[in-house]
Design a protein. Structure first.
Length: 311
């Protein structure tokens, strides 16, 4: 008989803890299965963790970091749900979920397709962007209720897809509302990141998550827009008056570096002349915008000689 009670006692769980050895596990269900938890069992919740007890599908008590001896005093909700018909010292069954509340960093996001935006300098431009963000579980009970459900091993990869969709959606909206010129995007990464992060945080909060960091690492434009930006920069450096000469020199240098490239001297000359003509046209346009200088006053006419003087 003593052997029977000994085997029965061994079915009671007396130590409940989770030592996480991974970098991406957000929720781990302690393997209670058909075993029963002994009243008076020791529960260890480490820093960066929370423990949630669930009874018959209903969330009961939530434990913050600390060392606990499970009693009816520190499990008020579970005590009320079970009513302990067999006495305070009887074992009980419950699901125990450990939630990692540390930060999960370097989660990547990016635009799957180019995003069109209207720019005053270049018209409609399609841009791509990517970056990273960091999250932590802020409300363990809500996170289980809204996201995890009965998943016994929940990892970051199971939710980052949905979070990326939220990020890209908000990035697209912010890009259209803030109307930052393409030439100024690089200098506004921090401003854009702050604005988007503030808008996303309550959206993440609906899942019981806290957005602790949001970063834009790069916003890129198509190659043709980059070429136009480079050309505008070159014009700003050398000045419009010297741009034709600058372009002609570039054409001559390219021709010298690739003498067998298939281009003819006549073609190179035509390219140089076209560049010079474009530069002259631009200078004429700029001169046409400036007000014309006032005309010099005409010299006074000489007095007409009399008839006697002519004779």
């Amino acid at each position: 008989m003593s052997g029977f009670f000994g085997r029965l006692a061994n079915q009671w769980i007396e130590v409940i803890e989770w030592q996480d050895s991974t970098n991406d596990t957000m929720v781990y269900r302690f393997p209670v299965a058909n075993n029963e938890i002994k009243m008076g069992a020791r529960l260890t919740v480490r820093e960066g963790q929370a423990a949630v007890f669930i009874n018959e599908g209903q969330i009961a008590d939530v434990f913050a970091p600390g060392l606990y001896t499970l009693t009816t005093q520190n499990m008020p909700i579970l005590t009320m749900l079970k009513s302990w018909p067999h006495g305070f010292n009887s074992p009980f069954k419950a699901e125990v979920y450990f939630i990692s509340t540390r930060q999960f960093t370097n989660l990547k996001w990016g635009t799957a397709n180019p995003i069109p935006m209207r720019d005053n300098d270049f018209g409609v431009v399609r841009v791509r962007a990517f970056g990273s963000f960091a999250i932590r579980v802020q409300d363990p009970a809500k996170f289980i209720r809204e996201v995890v459900g009965t998943d016994g091993l929940f990892q970051t990869g199971e939710i980052t897809g949905q979070l990326r969709n939220l990020v890209v959606n908000e990035f697209t909206t912010a890009l259209g509302e803030l109307k930052v010129p393409v030439l100024d995007l690089a200098s506004n990464y921090r401003h854009l990141s702050d604005q988007i992060g503030q808008t996303l945080d309550p959206r993440f909060g609906e899942y019981g998550l806290d957005l602790t960091q949001f970063l834009i690492e790069n916003i890129s434009v198509p190659p043709e827009v980059e070429a136009a930006m480079d050309k505008r920069s070159s014009m700003g450096v050398v000045g419009v008056r010297d741009y034709a000469t600058f372009q002609a020199a570039n054409a001559m240098e390219a021709s010298a570096e690739n003498p067998g490239g298939g281009g003819s001297p006549a073609g190179d000359m035509m390219q140089m002349m076209a560049g010079m003509a474009m530069g002259q046209k631009m200078m004429q346009g700029m001169q046409g915008d400036t007000p014309a200088a006032p005309a010099a006053p005409a010299a006074p006419a000489a007095p007409e000689k009399s008839v006697v003087e002519r004779l």
